[in-house]
Design a protein around this ligand. Structure first.
Ligand code: SAH
Length: 429
């Protein structure tokens, strides 16, 4: 799992003289074409990779306080036959104390607690498995939703911040062949509260001292500071619920989590109309575009949604995001050996970015993480360094992203419910 490396930069080592003088550029290997092994990419009626924008119909998760606006919460409490001000108390328990446990709610009359919790804070995520690595600094959660769908989130402690990578859909409909989530297809959209609950549960674990790293006894002041929508799903394909979740994240406590919008990163394959809408929301989240190729020829195959919105349209929309919000945008680029890591592609990317302006963008290449049955590998280190060097030399700030959680299949592109996960979930029910 990765994120914006603002504070922790992996500086590429200087390339050896031989590669600087062109050895890397001149070592021509055949262009690798995307192909798949061990799974068959689903196709639409015209034989193109299937794109699923609409969420398959499944039973809706129960309505939860975090799905509602503050006014709607009050209304709902009144419908339960209780005084409206109880809504604020419940919100305080949920958004400030990270609890849905009626036992903890001693400021509420004992005889109404159960009813309030059942009506307003129904259980949404059942923890199935928890995997840790980096001496407890990285934790991957596997959650079961009310209908049995499985999703994951990854919690990471960094010096000075705690990041949670959240899922916005169970599965993903974007069908990118190098991403394990994309290979599994879309199960359904997650609700606003299912998105928020991932954060609340992580905050509870942190408050209980469950995230490694910090030696101090008092974890009570610590909580998730950064959110990346880089778990399962395409956030902009679940636009309304994701934006409602973002609004709850930034709303001051106790109406929401009181987080800073700048610490929230929305990452997309490039759904252009939704990017434009996002730019008009007036919520200064950090925006990231998963580009992975600067030319349509390759991106058409690597990112199926490129059949709808081309590289230039996606880059124009990203630039527009910057122009409207003043927030520098990120370009994500998984470096795949002999596929998209060529020096000329670094140059073409720099050219396309510079054409649109200066200082509006930075590039985050990330060495490809392995996925089950994947036939591709990450680029060689000198090739990675050359790619980064060329962009930096062209004036585009570029940093290799730090990758976390590979050992627990918790890194970018690795989130998928495995047969082991399914078995663990079945064993619980
Ligand atoms: N659907 C969104 C967010 C989820 S993926 C998006 O595509 O942006 C988060 C990031 O991980 C994206 O940039 C995605 O392209 C990248 N990614 C997917 N598979 C990967 C892999 N195998 N190795 C490295 N990064 C990968």
């Amino acid at each position: 799992m990765t994120e914006n490396p603002r504070t922790r930069e992996t500086r590429p080592q200087a390339a050896p003289a031989s590669s600087r003088s062109g050895a890397v550029r001149e070592t021509r290997t055949a262009q690798v074409r995307p192909r798949t092994e061990g799974w068959t990419q689903q196709k639409d009626a015209e034989g193109r990779p299937l794109l699923q924008f609409a969420s398959p119909k499944r039973g809706k998760p129960p309505v939860h306080l975090a799905d509602l606006t503050p006014a709607e919460r009050t209304e709902k409490v009144k419908e339960l036959g209780l005084p409206g001000f109880r809504a604020k108390q419940l919100s305080t328990h949920y958004f400030r104390h990270y609890t849905s446990d009626p036992e903890q709610m001693t400021d509420l009359p004992a005889d109404t607690r159960e009813q309030l919790v059942a009506g307003m804070l129904p259980s949404l995520l059942t923890e199935v498995r928890r995997l840790e690595t980096d001496r407890g600094d990285t934790i991957k959660f596997l959650w079961r939703l009310h209908d049995g769908a499985l999703v994951e989130s990854v919690l990471m402690r960094y010096p000075g911040r705690i990041t949670l990578c959240v899922s916005s859909q169970a599965g993903c409909g974007m069908n990118c062949p190098f991403c394990a989530t994309g290979q599994a297809g879309l199960t359904r959209n997650m609700s606003t509260a299912e998105i928020i609950e991932q954060i609340v549960r992580a905050n509870r674990l942190i408050a209980d001292g469950g995230l490694g790293g910090k030696k101090a006894d008092d974890h009570s002041m610590e909580r998730v500071s950064n959110i990346v929508f880089m778990g399962m799903g395409e956030p902009l394909a679940n636009y309304k619920r994701v934006m409602d979740a973002v609004r709850s994240m930034v709303a001051p406590q106790p109406d929401g989590l009181g987080m800073s919008a700048r610490g929230i990163t929305v990452s997309t394959v490039g759904l252009v109309p939704a990017i434009k809408k996002l730019a008009d929301e007036n919520i200064p989240v950090t925006f990231a575009l998963s580009l992975h190729a600067p030319d349509d020829h390759l991106r058409d195959e690597l990112i199926p949604v490129n059949s709808r919105w081309k590289v230039d349209e996606a880059l124009d929309a990203a630039y527009e995001y910057y122009a409207k919000t003043g927030r520098r945008v990120s370009i994500e680029y998984a470096l795949i050996k002999d596929m998209n890591d060529h020096a000329w592609r670094a140059d073409l990317l720099a050219e396309k970015l510079n054409q649109r302006g200066r200082g509006w963008v930075h590039v985050n290449p990330i060495p490809l993480n392995p996925t089950p049955g994947s036939v591709w590998t990450s680029s060689e280190i000198p090739v990675q360094n050359e790619f980064v060097r060329r962009l930096n030399d062209a004036g585009i700030p570029t940093t290799l992203r730090d990758t976390r959680g590979k050992e627990i299949d918790g890194a970018c592109g690795q989130l998928v419910a495995t047969t082991e996960d399914e078995a663990a979930s079945a064993a619980m029910s």
